[in-house]
Design a protein around this ligand. Structure first.
Ligand SMILES: CCCCCCCCCCCCCCCC(=O)SCCNC(=O)CCNC(=O)[C@H](O)C(C)(C)COP(=O)(O)OP(=O)(O)OC[C@H]1O[C@@H](n2cnc3c(N)ncnc32)[C@H](O)[C@@H]1OP(=O)(O)O
Length: 206
């Protein structure tokens, strides 16, 4: 399986929509759970419901090449349920812009986004841009985040990423998350284009 096939799974359009709805509902549950008060009855009921989800899902676990999560090119952030949704508004070979909204699930404190979640978004957006520009899978060698101002939850933020420079296999990519005129965070990462014998390419062809 090539890397393009891996990340552009051959899913029917209606199945893609259905999976998108599943992820949306999951995120709504996560946000509401993160905001719930101490309520023992609700906690016990939800724990039992989740245990039944686990019992339903675990027998159907499949391998990386057949899972859906993170492989749906048509969905925001390729339908990866771990990630905050980024809605891309423009994309060129060396720049991507979009809107992201972090829900309560991603709050660190003070109604602001957890710093790790900010870096998580940078890793994804900068990494995808690097992979698309490099025409193959890249891997993060380092990722540096500068937190310039608190990043608010529950509000639309602008996210932008661009290729800073390229040196052989090394793709230096930068990004920003902005709230209006305020730059909340800046990211800079080095992404190495994998050699044929490295990582995902080899693993998926095995
Ligand atoms: C929409 C659907 C379709 C889109 C389709 C998208 C495709 C799909 C996208 C998925 C998007 C996921 C985005 C998340 C991406 C991760 O999060 S990846 C996971 C996190 N990263 C890791 O686990 C990496 C672990 N480290 C490694 O595997 C290896 O160290 C690396 C990074 C591959 C580098 O190893 P290597 O290839 O052997 O390279 P090496 O020979 O050591 O170094 C090569 C050069 O890089 C430099 N270098 C290496 N590491 C460093 C460093 N840390 N600092 C500075 N320089 C360094 C070296 O100095 C050397 O420089 P030169 O001497 O050539 O000038």
């Amino acid at each position: 399986m090539s890397w393009e096939e891996m990340f552009k799974g051959d899913f029917a359009a209606e199945d893609v929509r259905a999976y998108g709805t599943l992820v949306e509902n999951l995120h709504a549950v996560q946000n509401a759970l993160a905001a719930m008060p101490m309520d023992r009855e609700a906690i016990d009921g939800l724990a039992a419901d989740l245990a039944s989800w686990r019992d339903r899902l675990e027998p159907a676990v499949t391998d990386e090449q057949h899972q859906v999560n993170g492989r749906v090119a048509e969905l925001p952030v390729r339908g990866h349920a771990m990630l905050p949704e980024l809605r891309v508004s423009s994309r060129t070979k060396d720049r991507v812009e979009g809107t992201v909204r972090f829900g309560r699930w991603f709050m660190g404190g003070g109604m602001a986004v957890h710093g790790g979640a900010v870096s998580l978004l940078f890793d994804e957006v900068l990494g995808i841009l690097a992979s698309l520009a490099a025409g193959g899978i890249t891997r993060t060698a380092y990722l540096h985040t500068d937190y310039r101002a608190l990043t608010p939850i529950d509000t639309d933020l602008e996210a932008v990423a661009w290729i800073d420079r390229v040196e052989g296999r090394k793709w230096f990519v930068r990004g920003e998350i902005r709230h209006g005129d305020v730059v909340c965070a800046e990211g800079e990462g080095l992404f190495l284009r994998l050699l044929p014998e490295q990582g995902l390419g080899r693993r998926t062809e095995d």
